[in-house]
Write a protein that binds this ligand. Structure first.
Ligand code: PMV
Length: 324
């Protein structure tokens, strides 16, 4: 049995839309931060006596689309290794899968690491990031440590993420205001396919190198004001594309908007707070070590906020010893 651990990540500059849907080659680069308090642990063991892959998530046996997606991912590893044996995969997470936290990023980063090792592949960080990308694009950013940047690349072997700063470079926190915990109506795989139907997507993509530069510099210089402006802009641009796709994707709920407005008010009052939303209604509020407890208190008191999950910056995905 091989065990691995990975953290989800929250994107500061978002990935939305693929140039190649099958290989998950993105339309644009992206930058994110890993979330240390949130973990997915995955165990993989090869079993010669089973005739199909088997998958357990949080102790529940899976079938249907979840199993098919993992099995298709294991097929890639089998092809790389030349070993055809099926595998038993057990995965547990310490955060709700449907809380709008990128559960698939941590899931496929951990599965890439444990799966590659179980099938005897010796892959470096770049190769593991390329592999994780095939399961879920954003998973490639959960392989390296801290703040990471995924450069879009041009083919399967050069589209991967690298660390641009270690976790202790800038002790930021993500306070996630959970406003809905049900499953999202349209998953991101389907959403990426709709991105080109928005007339705004081309403009979003064309302007991305500029936003990436500003975000990278803000991280390097630990400039919170600059970071706040660019991540809120980037989140709004992505949601504008989503809302203007055909069919339109509307991920915000009234409570999301309320939290966003409160975050702007908190920032005006001198607290470090900036919002960003992925493909769901929950609001990730990025803040500093100094202010994270105050921000958590403010968010928890807002109507519609069910809970606030908070995390500092996380490390790389890795193999671990022992049980899950
Ligand atoms: O990796 P996917 O296919 O789940 O896409 C992630 C998309 C967003 O979370 C909305 C943005 C991002 O860059 O993480």
């Amino acid at each position: 049995m091989i065990y691995a651990l990975a953290h989800p990540n929250i994107a500061f500059i978002k990935y939305w839309g693929n140039r190649n849907q099958q290989l998950r080659l993105p339309m644009n680069g992206s930058i994110s931060m890993n979330l240390s308090a949130l973990e997915t642990h995955t165990a993989v063991s090869l079993a010669s006596d089973i005739s199909t892959d088997q998958l357990w998530i949080n102790n529940g046996e899976q079938s249907g689309s979840a199993l098919a997606r993992v099995s298709a991912f294991l097929d890639i590893i089998r092809e790389m290794s030349g070993r055809l044996t099926f595998a038993e995969v057990r995965s547990t997470s310490n955060f709700p899968a449907s809380a709008g936290i990128a559960s698939s990023a941590a899931a496929f980063a951990a599965l890439a690491i444990a799966g590659a090792q179980a099938y005897g592949l010796d892959l470096n960080e770049k190769d593991l990031s390329c592999l994780a990308r095939r399961g879920s694009g954003s998973a490639c950013r959960s392989i390296p440590t801290g703040f990471t940047e995924w450069r879009p690349g041009s083919d399967d072997n050069n589209s991967y993420a690298q660390s641009i700063a270690a976790p202790d470079h800038w002790p930021l926190w993500d306070c996630i205001a959970v406003v809905e915990s049900g499953p999202k109506p349209t998953g991101s795989t389907e959403g990426h396919a709709l991105a080109p139907t928005s007339p705004l997507q081309a403009a979003r993509v064309a302007d991305t190198p500029r936003r990436l530069d500003i975000c990278r510099q803000a991280i390097q210089n630990k400039d919170f004001e600059k970071l706040a402006d660019i991540i809120e802009l980037d989140s709004n641009i992505m949601h504008a594309v989503m809302m203007t796709s055909q069919p339109a994707l509307m991920y915000w709920s009234p409570a999301s908007l309320l939290v966003m407005k409160e975050v702007r008010a908190l920032r005006q009052s001198g607290l470090a707070a900036a919002f960003t939303l992925d493909a769901g209604p929950n609001v990730h509020v990025i803040t500093t070590e100094e202010h994270h407890e105050t921000i958590k208190e403010h968010l928890s008191a807002l109507p519609g906020v069910q809970q606030v999950i908070s995390s500092p910056v996380g490390g790389a995905a890795k193999l671990i010893e022992g049980e899950i």
